[in-house]
Write a protein that binds this ligand. Structure first.
Ligand code: AHR
Length: 326
């Protein structure tokens, strides 16, 4: 009797265990599936070659690690409201970490607070958000102020310290535009009194708008313009087209300094149509997922994981080109 009772207890225990496993969704072949790092990433859109390279870096890394990473990717088509919607849906999905390249700096407090309340860390990728430090885990990206400052030093050197120039700004309200403008203008004001910024307008980080705005600058100032500073290479490439169509020579009549380091600007520099690019690294996929994994594991990450970048000039562009990865 005693033996039979003991057997029954054993069978009941095994059945209970099996039921418990089924309820949690585990299966022999699926075991570990729940251990995947689940990340939601809200990308800005596709405004530039640089951004396409960043998207590719993130998607490629996730694609190479399908057994350990589950990436939910949203393209916000340049709209903050779409990024906010994406973040809210990632919160509903209960992802492990949310990644975001904020299209503009402000307006994130409410949705970041929702993520924080849900216990989901936010990782800012390439652009900053103007929120309290407690609302995000880390920022992975460049020092945009430094980039602007370096662009000003290069511009002044190219013009021998004097000349009228124009500025093509990035998306209004974006940290990359705000800080590249500040870094550039502060450096000019402090150390290059002969350089005069006669016009400055947004080209929204796109080649098409860069060209359009440069056309209007050329209509107003014609060959008085001796230099153009683009907050990104794509706008500078658009400006180069406008300069050529106006019968001037980009790279000599009008010097061209911009930020990013995409292949297109290296080709323009090699052809003598652009002068300097200040590098900004978009290949952030590996660092991004490493930070996400550390956060999921309960570890800590640096508040700013800074990119290391260089300055590239026309004289080495042809030799540099084969080594460029984006
Ligand atoms: O935030 C980085 C900037 O955004 C890049 O310079 C630009 O090309 C992009 O679209």
């Amino acid at each position: 009797m005693k033996k039979r009772t003991w057997m029954c207890v054993m069978v009941a225990c095994v059945m209970l265990l099996a039921t418990a496993c089924g309820a949690s969704g585990d299966s022999p072949e699926g075991s570990g599936a729940n251990e995947k790092l689940v990340v939601g990433f809200a990308q800005i859109g596709q405004e530039s070659g640089w951004r396409d390279a960043e998207t590719a870096s993130i998607q490629f890394y996730a694609g190479q690690n399908l057994d350990t990473i589950d990436l939910k990717f949203a393209d916000a088509q340049q709209k903050q409201e779409n990024q906010i919607k994406a973040i809210k849906s990632f919160i509903e999905m209960d992802v492990d970490v949310i990644g975001l390249a904020p299209v503009v700096e402000t307006g994130w407090d409410a949705v970041f607070t929702e993520a924080k309340d849900a216990g989901i860390p936010i990782v800012l990728v390439d652009r900053m958000a103007a929120v309290d430090e407690s609302l995000y885990a880390t920022f992975i990206g460049s020092d945009f102020i430094e980039e602007g400052k370096n662009a000003a030093i290069e511009m002044s050197a190219l013009l021998g310290g004097s000349g009228k120039i124009v500025q093509l700004e990035g998306t209004v309200g974006a940290s990359a535009a705000n800080d590249r403008k500040k870094g550039f203008e502060d450096e000019i004001a402090a150390n290059h009194p002969g350089i005069e910024i006669v016009a400055s307008q947004t080209g929204d980080f796109t080649r098409a708008k860069g060209k359009e705005v440069m056309e209007s600058f050329l209509k107003t100032y014609g060959n008085e313009i001796k230099g153009i500073y683009g907050h990104n290479d794509d706008m500078a490439l658009g400006a180069i087209e406008a300069i050529k169509e106006a019968g001037l020579k980009p790279g000599s009549d009008v010097v061209v300094v911009s930020v990013d380091g995409v292949k297109g600007i290296f080709e323009a520099m090699a052809a003598g149509e652009a002068n300097v690019t200040i590098e900004c690294n978009p290949l952030l996929g590996p660092q991004f997922f490493q930070a996400c994994q550390t956060l999921k594991d309960g570890g800590t990450v640096e508040k700013w994981i800074k990119s290391e970048e260089g300055i590239f000039r026309a004289d080495t562009a042809a030799a540099d080109l084969p080594n460029r990865k984006y």
